[in-house]
Design a protein around this ligand. Structure first.
Ligand SMILES: *[C@@H]1O[C@H](CO)[C@@H](O)[C@H](O)[C@H]1NC(C)=O
Ligand SMILES: *[C@@H]1O[C@H](CO)[C@@H](O)[C@H](O)[C@H]1NC(C)=O
Ligand SMILES: *[C@@H]1O[C@H](CO)[C@@H](O)[C@H](O)[C@H]1NC(C)=O
Ligand SMILES: *[C@@H]1O[C@H](CO)[C@@H](O)[C@H](O)[C@H]1NC(C)=O
Ligand SMILES: *[C@@H]1O[C@H](CO)[C@@H](O)[C@H](O)[C@H]1NC(C)=O
Ligand SMILES: *[C@@H]1O[C@H](CO)[C@@H](O)[C@H](O)[C@H]1NC(C)=O
Ligand SMILES: *[C@@H]1O[C@H](CO)[C@@H](O)[C@H](O)[C@H]1NC(C)=O
Ligand SMILES: *[C@@H]1O[C@H](CO)[C@@H](O)[C@H](O)[C@H]1NC(C)=O
Length: 466
């Protein structure tokens, strides 16, 4: 009888235990055997995800890895729901003794295994806190490769140890895992054992310990008990699937083709401006974007217009005022100085109030592509995305309240929005701004989700006079 344990946020990462294969006895305290304590600054990307019932007493529930100054990567089951008290702790070897504390501003689901959690505030990198690189797409991890996993251990079932430990493991042929984890799809899995086949990751509630090779995050621990509760070998979900993120099938935009398109940029801890969101000019004074893109404080952000290359600004504007719609979704930003319209800088027309975007209209999205996840490329691209009917939209996003949203894009032919960097990207039909790209749900392989701008038409007019 196979025992499949599916975890809910419960307890610590890996209990690193010995034995070959190691039976996990019910009720027996799991201990750390075979793991050794990590030293300060050795795993600066390692974070602890914690939950609390009262926002005072916190417990470590999952591990994760810093992949950019804003995002951590973790297992999909470790995302923190808005109705939970959750936090992320970085820069420490002891999760009860936080280095820096961050709340989760947003969960982005990377189907089917991963979640990206956006941090508020973003990380400030130092010798104890820093990102781990992601591998290139389809980079295979060959048997024999030595890797290191880091995780909070367990001192007893459900009781995470306070100490970050590491364990050296070796990649073994996938067949070793396939013969144990019979029900699992091993296509995108890395199977590991330790050198002597003695130590392993042995817990039924581990999540998302980072597996690292040569400075690259190759996998996240994704454990389920095997037949007879065997603990070795262990499998990790490959992280290189994430490399797929981008605007698939987009082609470069010409100078002046989308004169309303602006880049929202953030002054990061490295003291450089980095593109984080897209926006659209609606008047000489205002842009509109997704409410996720607002800056706090406003001086940390700027608006760059008049260019198809965000690293090479046409004109630069600071943000004088931000107006947030009460129900979320959209925000208006007043820029300073005002825009001076020319062939590369111009406002986009707005649709009429409640003018629904009907299936089949030939709309086009523009956005900055990605050269890697979270790394915006400097090329503005465009992609035709016809509006999709609500029935197909509902079947792609079951359970999602689509009242203020619409779907666009022919995902059946392999094109589509699959980007973390194009939040707020404008979808335009016949010179009218119909949608703003919305990234709260996974859109890779599905039609893109966009905020229906016409529903906010009267609110925009009230606040801008446009
Ligand atoms: C972790 O930090 C807490 C609080 O500072 C301390 O009481 C505890 O001894 C530390 N644990 C370890 C294993 O160092
Ligand atoms: C296993 O996963 C791969 C990649 O995600 C997928 O293409 C394949 O259809 C899956 N196989 C089964 C049997 O589900
Ligand atoms: C900081 O900027 C420098 C120069 O542009 C770059 O080489 C380095 O990778 C950046 N560091 C981070 C953490 O982004
Ligand atoms: C974008 O601008 C930068 C800075 O001027 C330049 O180095 C880079 O080559 C440009 N990229 C493209 C695709 O033109
Ligand atoms: C915004 O612009 C107005 C008009 O130019 C100016 O009076 C005001 O001080 C500005 N506010 C901020 C916060 O910059
Ligand atoms: C969209 O474009 C297709 C192909 O050019 C055309 O057949 C169709 O009529 C257009 N639809 C609308 C609503 O303009
Ligand atoms: C996919 O569909 C879009 C929208 O209908 C179309 O513009 C594009 O040419 C198609 N791409 C391919 C590769 O067929
Ligand atoms: C969906 O959202 C709309 C608009 O915000 C709201 O009126 C409606 O009650 C929501 N529906 C559900 C089922 O939550």
């Amino acid at each position: 009888m196979l025992l499949k344990t599916v975890l809910v946020l419960a307890a610590g990462c890996a209990a690193l235990a010995s034995g070959s294969p190691k039976p996990l006895q019910q009720g027996l305290s799991s201990r750390i055997v075979g793991g050794t304590p990590a030293v300060k600054g050795e795993f600066p990307w390692h974070v602890s995800i914690q939950l609390s019932l009262d926002a005072q007493n916190w417990v470590h529930v999952c591990d994760g890895a810093i992949v950019s100054n804003e995002f951590i990567l973790t297992d999909i089951s470790c995302r923190v729901r808005p109705d939970q008290f959750g936090r992320v702790v970085a820069g420490t070897l002891n999760w009860t003794d936080p280095g820096s504390i961050h709340t989760v501003a947003e969960n982005i689901i990377g189907e089917p295994f991963f979640a990206l959690l956006r941090m508020d505030p973003p990380f400030e990198f130092n010798s104890d806190i820093g990102p781990i690189q992601l591998p290139t797409l389809n980079e295979e991890t060959v048997p024999g490769t030595a890797m290191t996993v880091s995780g909070m251990g367990e001192i007893a079932p459900l009781e995470p140890s306070q100490e970050l430990v590491k364990l050296d493991v070796t990649v073994v042929p996938k067949t070793n895992c396939e013969s144990v984890y019979l029900w699992q799809n091993m296509t995108n899995v890395i199977c590991v054992e330790d050198g002597d086949n003695e130590a392993g990751m042995c817990t039924d509630r581990a999540y998302a310990c980072p597996l690292v090779f040569d400075g690259e995050l190759r996998g996240l621990f994704s454990y389920e008990l095997g037949e007879d509760n065997q603990c070795v070998p262990t499998w990790f979900q490959r992280s290189n699937e994430l490399r797929k993120s981008k605007i698939i099938g987009g082609t470069p935009a010409a100078e002046g083709e989308f004169p309303w398109h602006v880049s929202l940029q953030f002054f990061d801890s490295n003291e450089t401006w980095i593109h984080v969101c897209d926006g659209s000019i609606i008047s000489t004074e205002f842009i509109i974007t997704d409410q996720i893109c607002i800056f706090k404080p406003e001086k940390d952000g700027r608006v760059v217009a008049g260019t198809v290359n965000w690293t090479n600004p046409g004109s630069i504007h600071s943000i004088n005022e931000t107006i947030n719609n009460e129900i979320g979704f959209v925000s208006l930003m007043r820029v300073n100085p005002s825009f001076e319209f020319n062939s590369n800088i111009e406002s986009v027309r707005l649709p009429d109030l409640n003018e629904e975007s009907l299936p089949g209209i030939n709309s086009t999205v523009s956005g900055w592509d990605e050269s890697a996840p979270f790394v915006p490329s400097d090329v503005l691209v465009k992609l035709d995305m016809p509006v999709v009917d609500k029935i197909k939209c509902y079947s792609s996003y079951p359970g999602v309240n689509l009242s203020n949203l619409m779907c666009a894009g022919d995902s059946d032919n392999g094109t589509g929005m699959c980007s973390y960097n194009a939040v707020g990207a404008p979808l335009v039909y016949d010179g009218e701004l119909r949608g703003l790209y919305y990234t709260q749900y996974p859109t890779c392989g599905n039609p893109g989700l966009f905020i229906e701008v016409s529903l906010f038409r009267d609110w925009i007019f009230l606040n801008t006079g446009v």
